[in-house]
Structure formats: structure tokens, C-alpha cells
Design a protein around this ligand. Structure first.
Ligand code: GYE
Length: 350
């Protein structure tokens, strides 16, 4: 039954391939301004069709390997889209560059994969390449970060995290914490280490946190700076902050990797963090992040769940079986503090 379905699908993808060739030859396409790809640049290529006849081929463009979260996400996808579960997976690491992701997606289009999956580095700039995938008749599923599109039909589905809500959770936690400490009316100076500019993770977490900060005239955001979600840049940006400001009360760091760098910089400057020191809010809740929480070096870690592989595999199987799927799937996420960290840290896989 499945093989039959695959055959029908391959037929229809042959028709789309023909249309694509015609578009190439004539320079015309149903979408004005669309340049049809001609080169292959992904790290992996598909084997001959007879070797993967009963497998669903998926081209996966991962945005990078910048953080522990990202590595866990890549492993989750690789662990779920296995041959045993009916998949043949191609993958590419875009090293945090949108151009590399677009190249990989184009390569998957020209290789006629059955599905394209990508974790978009930034929110904008995907229209053209997604139109190209649509012309080729290849369904595209975005994971992790979200994107801005003029038509939702360019994506078959999206599986990711609610970044804005994560930012709000951070703000709400700080609100409660300051109340508990009796500091709710004190001036509170805040610096923010932001993730990759223009990514939905940076935008959502910033907008979410700011929406709570706006309710408090005494919360003073001194500066928000890009540290690109990496430990090295987190350290550099924190050093710059420490040179400029001598009265920082709160550090908001949009992922655990940047937090690690920021803590090293504060250590070097002899600054204590956590309970009784500078309050540190972090995001992701990797094992390393939870350990910092357990050690009392940070105050709260807002979870972002990277384990979307099994749900992705399930969604693709559902599409293959002609079942209904959702337009958007949100991962479930928690908030960790010293009060509940012990219950989770032991079985944290990443
Ligand atoms: O927080 C960060 C990673 O997009 C949610 O990207 C993801 C973010 C995550 O580099 O660690």
C-alpha cells in the first residue's frame, strides 16, 4: 500500500520535474521573479532511486551547530528519520548563513527529494526558494524558528517553539522574583544578550520580555546586544557591558551557551551571580544550563524544547497516509528554577 502511494507520488513529482524543466528552458515560471536553481551544493546526495525505492527521502537544512540546543535538535531529527522508520535523510549544516540554507534547499529541489525540512536561521527571506519548492511539488516543513510569509501555503507545516511566550515567561518570573525580594519598586538595571539578529528566537524572546518590562517604569533596559547564540560572543558582549555599566542588576541571556560565556566574564570581573548577586535569566535548559541553576549561578532557565524529531517523523507519515495535519505544532516547554531542577537534571539527554 505504501509502495503504491510512493509510486503515485513519484509520478506526480516527475510531472513537476517536467514543469520545472520547461520553466528552465523558457525562463518562465508561474511566479514572476523566481530564479530556478541549477546547481547542487548540499553535503549529501541521494543514491540511485532503486536503492531507496521504499524510503521517503528528506532533505534537511539545519541552520548551524552554534549551541548545545542545536546539536540536540540535529540529533533528534537524525534519530527519528532513520531507514528503519522508512526514511532516507540528507542533511546540511548551513553554519548560521541564510545563503547556505538556500543553496541546500535548492540542491534538495534539484535532487527531487520527497520532502524538504529546514530550521530557518532568520524570519525573513524565504519566499523565493519556497516558491521554487512549490513549483517542483515538494512539500516543505519548517522546524524550530518561525518565518514570515505572504502565503501560508508555501509551508506544508511548522513544528517549533513559542519564542514570544518564552520571553514573557522570563519577564513574569522576574516580576515575581523582585516581589519576593521586596525589590519591586527599586530601580532595576537590565542588560540583554540577544541571539542571532532577525531570528524568530531573538525577536520572539525580546518582544515577549519587553512586553512585561513595559509594565514596570523602574525596569531600565540599559542595552540589548547581539551575541549570536554562542559562548564566545556571550563572553565578549558581557565584557563590553561590564566596562560600560557598573550597576547591572539583571542579565537576560537568550540561550545557555551565551550565559556560559557571560558568567565567565563576570567571574573574571569578580562579580557574584545568582541568589544574592546579579540575577541571571537564561533560555534553553540544556543539561549544562540546568547544572548552572543547580549550582546557584543562575536564577531561572526558560525551557526551549529541541526534541522535535519524533513529531516530525509522525507528521510526514501522516501526510504519506493522506491524513489531516496541523498547520502549526508547538513543542511543550517548562520553566526551571532551584525549586524543580533536581527532578529533571538527572534524565536530561542534552
Ligand atoms: O535557543 C539557541 C539556538 O532557535 C530555539 O537557537 C532556537 C535557538 C536556541 O542556537 O540555543
Amino acid at each position: 500500500m505504501k509502495a503504491g502511494k510512493r509510486k503515485v507520488k513519484r509520478e506526480s513529482s516527475r510531472v513537476s520535474a517536467l514543469l520545472l524543466c520547461l520553466a528552465l528552458l523558457t525562463g518562465c515560471s508561474p511566479f514572476s521573479g523566481v530564479t530556478v536553481p541549477t546547481t547542487q551544493t548540499a553535503e549529501d546526495t541521494l543514491p540511485p532511486e532503486e536503492d531507496i525505492r521504499n524510503l521517503i527521502s528528506v532533505g534537511f537544512s539545519q541552520l548551524g551547530a552554534e549551541s548545545a540546543w542545536r546539536i540536540a535538535n540535529t540529533e533528534s531529527i537524525r534519530g527519528a528519520l532513520t531507514k528503519e522508520d522508512g526514511f532516507y535523510l540528507l542533511s546540511d549544516n548551513a553554519r548560521q548563513k541564510k545563503e547556505n540554507q538556500i543553496k541546500a534547499i535548492r540542491s534538495y529541489i534539484s535532487q527531487r527529494v520527497d520532502y524538504i525540512v529546514f530550521a530557518p536561521v532568520t524570519e525573513e527571506g524565504w519566499e523565493t526558494v519556497l516558491q521554487e519548492a512549490q513549483i517542483a511539488g515538494i512539500p516543505v516543513i519548517a522546524i524550530d524558528r518561525s518565518i514570515e510569509l505572504s502565503s501560508r501555503h508555501l509551508l506544508t507545516s511548522w513544528i517549533g517553539e513559542d519564542m514570544r511566550q518564552e520571553g514573557e515567561k522570563a519577564g513574569l518570573w522576574l516580576e515575581d522574583y523582585l516581589k519576593e525580594c521586596g525589590r519591586q519598586d527599586d530601580p532595576i538595571n537590565i542588560v540583554v544578550l540577544q541571539g542571532t539578529q532577525g531570528s524568530s528566537a531573538q525577536l520572539g524572546r525580546t518582544i515577549g520580555f519587553d512586553s512585561i518590562a513595559d509594565r514596570h517604569d523602574n525596569w531600565n533596559i540599559l542595552e540589548q546586544r547581539d551575541a549570536d547564540f554562542t559562548t564566545a560572543k556571550g563572553g565578549e558582549v558581557m565584557e563590553t557591558f561590564l566596562k560600560k555599566y557598573h550597576d547591572i542588576d539583571v542579565v537576560v541571556s537568550q540561550n545557555d551557551d551565551m550565559t556560559a560565556g557571560a558568567l565567565e566574564a563576570m567571574d573574571r570581573a569578580g562579580i557574584t551571580t545568582g541568589e544574592g548577586g546579579v540575577t541571571v535569566l537564561s533560555f534553553d535548559s540544556t543539561r549544562a544550563g540546568l547544572q548552572l541553576l543547580k549550582d546557584g549561578r543562575i536564577n531561572v532557565d526558560i525551557e526551549c524544547n529541541p526534541l522535535s524529531g519524533p513529531l516530525l517523523a509522525d507528521v510526514i507519515h501522516r501526510i504519506e497516509n493522506g491524513e489531516e495535519i496541523e498547520e502549526r505544532y508547538y513543542m511543550t516547554e517548562n520553566v526551571f528554577t532551584a525549586d524543580n531542577v533536581d527532578r529533571y537534571i538527572g534524565h536530561r539527554a542534552y
